[in-house]
Design a protein. Structure first.
Length: 78
């Protein structure tokens, strides 16, 4: 059986969510990710914006991954 070494998911960008608290910052980041066509998002730990003390920021990486049935089992392996 031949195994592909190509990564399953492709990184398509980064996002920065902002809000008055952690939940709003994460929701903003997730909304932006959906608008950009990401299937997955990896969020970092939220932090306070020191220039605007009332704003919580969360950064994240956006990924596009194929559906699970396209990855395994490989074509012809059934």
């Amino acid at each position: 059986m031949v195994v592909s070494t190509k990564p399953r998911c492709e990184k398509i960008g980064v996002v920065e969510g902002a809000g008055g608290n952690t939940e709003h910052a994460r929701a903003d980041a997730i909304e932006q990710a959906a608008e950009r066509g990401a299937t997955h998002i990896l969020l970092d730990t939220p932090y306070w914006d020191l220039q605007n003390g009332m704003l919580m920021i969360v950064d994240g990486a956006l990924f596009e991954c194929p559906p699970a049935d396209e990855v395994f089992p490989p074509t012809g392996y059934r």
